[in-house]
Design a binder for this molecule. Structure first.
Ligand code: ATP
Ligand code: MG
Length: 720
């Protein structure tokens, strides 16, 4: 091959080139953040096509997100021109599996026009099955079962594969039965959930050798980005397709970074990358060590931090980039100040002619976006939330707001319709139709008609009682609204309506996220004296959609930012209990804390030029100001790579000045513990960067584990 003929290869460094040109046999590219793994994979794809080793349709290439697939497609197009006719097998695991399943649906008992159902439909279906089997849905909620089924599917388990423990996990030993019923029902409906896409495909490949060998022949090359976050079923699927069993093939190239494995909560198994060599004997292992993304300071900080993890292979990273700014660690007083500060910084970037699109705010949990959204709307700064909804558009927030709207405005029909049966109280579509008919006939708003219809015999007794009970609750809440503070009212409404309880019963990570969002909503409401004022604020916020082509700052979770890069990265909320999350701390195990630390590594290494970490001294939790401790990850950063800054050095008078126009919200905090909260400064212990020499450009990472994996015998990698 004449690599000089392919300009996209000449721009690569030596190991990258090796990864591109080693087209035959298994290849593992294992390297740290920003070393050009994805870039090399993209060039490899281009090279395979340009050198006519394979048609685009003969290459299977898996990315972690649809966005990444789109970018790779565009990039390959740029590299080798329009000669590439689409790449049908470039996409996420889900997208590719869905495509395969369409072709062989009948082998999974489906028709090729099967529908992919969303979580709402899934929950509705499960609920029918649960109540139909005399299981108490209150004790064993549909969402809990949905979470279990998802977990089983991620692990490639069919109903018959569940062991006793798994079976016990739902409704005292009904796990397998309900899973089986659900799968049967889905087939009858000609439907699939997301987990099925891979599970069905794997099952087909296992049971139909002819189909398997068809695909093995078809895919001459298989490539996977972010391999460290594959789960078991994805792994099985890849192995089936890539194993040669005497046929030609075996050309699988995976890239990843064990330090960036952050999806174990969704079933990802970092062990998959660690045992690649054993699965594919003779695999060529390629390490990339030069980082092209970040400044030496950012790299040193990230490397030192991740060095505190014990379960890692360890790597060497260096950069030729010129020294840049140190990382900043800014201590602020509280959440609102944090949001104000980031807003100010963003405006200052704009004044310097920097595009907002080059900046991102990465948060640990979805609910953290709220304070930034409120602030940015206030100052007219365009933002977008990636990988999630804007705070006030999330389902649980809309539900809570709907309750409040009905309380404030009894004729708000849309709001009433949204929550009359949320949480589920057994009022179905029929009841709604009757209420609507009654409303039309009497000219009453829906909620009033609901009360009125209870005086008639139009509804069956059970529905009538339930509805009457709900209307009494609304009357009671309307009463309370006169005296209670809005936030307090909302908590009461969510508790008394059973909304909170329903979420708590789910016991899923999603439900916990929803509960956190609701606490965050309460926090937002605490700034308002009347319900009316708060609802008005929300409608203004909801109305504030920035134009599609506007230059926007990105807000997203650290998880969603994987693989991406930004010149300027803001990392707010680095406090114990926020990041690392309280759950990780409570679980206490090394495993969850090390995963949080990997997340911190991912977050810092998204930054190209500047990384700003923030922590607040106080957070308001359910109306209580609690003082928080800076994250242990802040302490683990190397002292000589960071600038510490605190806005609290001016003492009480300075920060109080900020609140001159309204009531001092900290009065009770200050009164309770004046000395401690006011003098809190940045004086905590920090790690030193030890082996780092700030002067030279080459940076060598320190390892807690003995040596870099290059120095270890290769068999060390093949654990698991
Ligand atoms: P992550 O682990 O975060 O996914 P990665 O290893 O996939 O990172 P890339 O995103 O491929 O890294 O590359 C990081 C940056 O370095 C990109 O901006 C890319 O364009 C640039 N880059 C990659 N390889 C080279 C190279 N050989 N020369 C110059 N720049 C490069
Ligand atoms: Mg990448």
């Amino acid at each position: 091959v004449n690599s000089r003929a392919e300009p996209f290869i000449s721009g690569l460094n030596e190991p990258q080139r090796e990864a591109v040109l080693t087209t035959e046999g298994p290849v593992l590219m294992l390297a740290g953040a920003g070393t050009g793994k994805t870039a090399a994979l993209t060039a490899r794809l281009a090279h395979l096509v340009a050198s006519r080793r394979a048609w685009p349709s003969e290459i299977l290439c898996v990315t972690f997100t649809n966005k990444a697939a789109r970018e790779m497609r565009e990039r390959v197009g740029q590299l080798i021109g329009p000669a590439v006719e689409g790449m049908p097998w470039l996409g996420t695991f889900h997208a590719i599996a869905a495509r395969m399943l369409r072709k062989h649906a009948e082998l999974a008992g489906l028709q090729s026009n099967y529908t992919i159902i969303d979580t709402d439909d899934q929950i509705r279906l499960l609920k029918q099955l649960i109540t139909g089997n005399d299981i108490d849905e209150k004790r064993f909620p549909a969402r809990q079962l949905a979470g279990l089924i998802d977990r089983w599917k991620n692990r490639g388990l069919l109903p018959g594969d569940l062991d006793a423990v798994e079976n016990e996990a739902y409704a005292n030993g009904k796990g397998e039965q309900m899973y089986r019923l659900y799968q049967d029902r889905m087939k009858a409906l000609n439907a699939c959930d997301f987990g099925d896409l891979l599970l069905h495909t794997v099952t087909i490949l296992k049971r139909h050798p002819d189909v398997l060998s068809e695909y093995r022949r078809k895919f001459k090359y298989i490539m996977v980005d972010e391999y460290q976050d594959t789960n078991t079923v994805q792994y099985l699927w890849l192995r089936l397709l890539a194993e040669s069993k005497g046929e030609a093939g075996h050309n699988i190239c995976v890239v990843g970074d064990d330090d960036q494995s952050i999806y174990s909560w969704r079933g990802a198994e970092v062990a998959n990358i660690l045992r690649f060599e054993r699965d594919f004997p003779g695999a060529k292992i390629i390490k990339l060590e030069q980082n092209y993304r970040s400044t030496p300071q950012i790299l040193a900080a990230a490397s030192t931090l991740i060095g505190a993890n014990s379960e890692r292979l360890g790597k060497t990273l260096w950069t030729e980039k010129d020294a840049g700014d140190r990382l900043r660690v800014i201590g602020v007083w509280d959440g609102p100040e944090e949001a104000r500060r980031v807003g100010d910084e963003a405006e200052s970037l704009m004044r310097q002619g920097i595009r907002l699109a080059d900046a991102a705010i990465l948060v640990r949990a979805q609910h953290q976006t709220r304070e930034f959204e409120d602030r940015f709307i206030q100052i007219g700064l365009n933002y977008r939330i990636v990988g999630g909804f804007r705070f006030y558009e999330r389902a649980e927030i809309r539900d809570a707001l709907a309750y409040l709207r009905v309380i404030a405005q009894p004729s708000d029909d849309l709001a009433f319709e949204r929550i009359y049966n949320s949480p589920k109280r057994g009022l179905g579509q029929k009841t709604l139709e009757k209420m609507h008919r009654h409303a039309r006939a009497t000219g009453l708003p829906l909620a009033a008609a609901a009360l009125d219809i209870c005086d008639t015999d139009e509804l069956p007794a059970r529905a009538r009682n339930t509805l009457l009970q709900l209307m009494r609750q609304f009357a009671h809440w309307r009463d309370e609204a006169r005296t209670l503070a809005p936030a307090e009212l909302m908590r009461q409404v969510l508790d008394e309506s059973g909304y909170t309880e329903a979420l708590q019963a789910e016991k899923t990570p999603e439900a916990n996220g929803r509960l956190e969002n609701l606490s965050e909503l309460a926090r937002a409401m605490e700034e308002y004296e009347t319900l009316g004022a708060f609802l008005e604020h929300v409608s203004l916020v909801m109305d504030n959609d920035s134009a599609d082509d506007a230059d926007t700052i990105t807000i997203m979770t650290m998880h969603a930012a994987k693989g991406l890069e930004f010149d300027h990265v803001f990392l707010p909320g680095w406090e114990e209990g926020v990041f690392p999350s309280q759950r990780a701390i409570d679980e206490g195990g090394l495993k969850s804390l090390e995963e949080e630390r990997r997340l911190a590594y991912v977050a810092i290494t998204r930054a190209r030029k500047r990384c700003t970490i923030m922590h607040a001294a106080n957070r308001r939790i359910y109306g209580q100001w609690t003082s928080s401790i800076p994250s242990r990850f802040v302490e683990e950063l190397p002292e000589d790579m960071i600038d510490m800054e605190s806005t609290m050095t001016g003492g009480a008078s300075l920060w109080r000045a900020n609140f001159s126009e309204r009531e001092d919200p900290f009065a009770h905090v200050a009164a309770a513990q004046p000395a401690r909260t006011m003098t809190r400064g940045p004086g905590f212990r920090r790690a030193s960067s030890g082996d780092y020499d700030p002067a030279p450009k080459r940076i060598r990472e320190t390892h807690r584990s003995a040596a870099s994996f290059a120095a270890k015998p290769r068999t060390d990698i093949a654990i698991g």
